[in-house]
Design a protein around this ligand. Sequence first.
Ligand code: FES
Length: 123
Amino acid sequence: METIKPIQSESAAATTWFRAARVSDFPPNGGACVRYRNLQIAVFNFTRRNEWYACQNQCPHKMQMVLSRGLIGSQEGEPKVACPFHKKTFSLRSGQCLNAEEDRIAVFPVKVEDGFVYIGVPE
Ligand code: FES
């Protein structure tokens, strides 16, 4: 898997916006995995917060491609995803692991335009 340096969701560092899928392809308050080149990116339609997030699909704990199937929630206002395997939890804003000493995950900015979801990725 290609390694991408983590970037903040709020960052303007993304240089390419790729059209991931239609808004209707993502379940409310849930995630789905999209591919960009050889990357798997987990995209979350966080309906409860009226927000979207994207991060690497690979959990750094056991390198499983599972984060898109994780439960999303909030911890002291911070949006997070819990890996479905062993419940390591990651901030969807910073990518930081919130309940263990795992590596930070890469996060990507998301925008919605004309019914489509776009993910910002480095060139
Ligand atoms: S594989 Fe994700 S927490 Fe273990």
